[in-house]
Design a protein around this ligand. Structure first.
Ligand SMILES: NC(=O)c1ccc[n+]([C@@H]2O[C@H](COP(=O)([O-])OP(=O)(O)OC[C@H]3O[C@@H](n4cnc5c(N)ncnc54)[C@H](O)[C@@H]3O)[C@@H](O)[C@H]2O)c1
Ligand SMILES: [Zn+2]
Length: 368
């Protein structure tokens, strides 16, 4: 039984596709509406945490709709975005006789979406795939067609732009997600508000605690607004030639913080690192003339989302700057940052002096 469904549309000429948001969406109906005829082979890729909850339900629904369903489960976690797992899935697809008419279905969080999406981009020079995101963070990763696996030396280094056939976001599946992962995804929702939708920020400020509990209706409202920001950006700049860079708000510092924490064996996960990075971006924005209230407003919102806003001292400024330099984030001792103009609007600032970045990092450690 399918209930109240919201639909957003990514407009990219012949690569346009719908995003369905709602509850109880497990059904073969979306595949038929997307023009996938009965009898086609579908390969569902999932991980060991998601599979036990949702793989059978999806398999049954799709078989009932007349599809020939194959399933492949990989270990949960970032390590599965590897060349080895990529090869394993390709091998399995060959064994199942998948052809250019077959469809890969990514059932899981961003790891599965990126991995299965990249398999779909590469298999027989590209076959269709469907995103069925099951984490809150994946409201971001499942939209926009960026798919990738990791090289041992660099994250997301092997990838493609490959837009999905559709995105099916069944909010009910978030009920089994651990609270830390809800907060993780909430960081990207806050980001989407801060870069492009004041109303979304208002909504998050009004009801953050309810939203973390996936409150009926209110949650879908916020989710839809957050996805709409991503859709608007991607529809204007599919391949990151310009505007799409604003999606990296908070990520310039965030990525470095995330990477360092992993090296230290005490991970600050993506959304948490981006949360600290967004405070840094707000502080830097104030130096360029943004109203200083943005720092406190951002901080309060992120704290209510259960996210950190202070940088632990073990992540030292020199190491952050070294990583940024290594990522080619600096040129001639200057950096490029996405900075706020105000709530809901950002711009790309070039020529940010390293000294300002260092002072911003120092501020992030909080009061001594
Ligand atoms: N392509 C893009 O545009 C883009 C954007 C942002 C992030 N990413 C990528 O996304 C990945 C992170 O995604 P993520 O945070 O969703 O991580 P993830 O896929 O690893 O999921 C997080 C954890 O939650 C578990 N899980 C997932 N759904 C669940 C559910 N419904 N119930 C219970 N457990 C569940 C997973 O097994 C995993 O342990 C990174 O690899 C990142 O590079 C890609
Ligand atoms: Zn992110």
């Amino acid at each position: 039984m399918v209930q109240d469904v919201r639909t957003l549309q990514v407009q990219l000429e012949d690569r346009s596709y719908p995003i369905y948001i709602g509850r109880q969406l497990i059904s073969g109906r979306w595949f038929r509406e997307a023009g996938v005829p009965a009898g086609r082979k579908l390969l569902l890729v999932t991980d060991e945490h998601v599979g036990p909850h949702y793989l059978n339900l999806w398999t049954e629904a799709l078989e009932e709709a007349g599809y020939r369903v194959f399933t492949h489960t990989v270990p949960a976690g970032e390590a599965s975005k590897s060349l080895q797992t990529f090869e394993d899935i390709i091998t399995f697809a060959l064994e199942c006789g998948l052809d250019r008419n077959s469809v890969i279905v990514a059932l899981g969080g961003g790891v599965i979406g990126d991995l299965a999406g990249y398999v779909a981009a590469a298999y027989m020079r590209g076959i269709p795939y469907v995103q069925i995101p099951t984490t809150l963070l994946a409201h971001d990763s499942s939209v926009g067609g960026k798919v990738a696996i990791n090289h041992p030396q660099a994250k997301n280094m092997i990838g493609a732009f490959h837009q999905p056939l559709m995105v099916i976001y069944d909010v009910d599946t978030l009920k089994t997600l651990p609270q830390r992962e809800i907060s993780n995804g909430m960081a990207e929702m806050v980001k989407h508000g801060l870069i492009g939708d004041v109303e979304l920020v208002d909504l998050l400020e009004q009801s953050m605690e309810d939203l973390l509990q996936l409150s009926p209706d209110g949650f879908e409202d916020a989710l839809e607004k957050a996805i709409a920001v991503k859709v608007a950006v991607v529809s204007q700049d599919e391949r990151e030639n310009g505007l799409r860079a604003i999606l990296n708000y908070g990520h310039t510092l965030g990525h470095a913080i995330e990477a360092l924490s992993h090296k230290q064996g005490e991970p600050i996960i993506h959304g948490e690192a981006v949360s600290i990075g967004m405070i840094g971006a707000a502080q830097l924005g104030v130096r360029y003339g943004c109203d200083s209230s943005i720092v406190e407003r951002t901080r309060v919102l992120l704290q209510r989302a259960g996210l950190p806003t202070i940088l632990p001292r073990r992540i030292d400024a020199d190491s952050i700057l070294r990583i940024m330099a290594h990522d080619k984030k600096f040129k001639d001792n200057q950096a490029v940052f996405i900075l706020p103009k105000g709530i809901g609007e950002v711009y790309i600032q070039t020529g940010v002096p390293i000294q300002w970045v260092r002072e911003t990092i120092d501020q992030l450690y909080g009061e001594v």
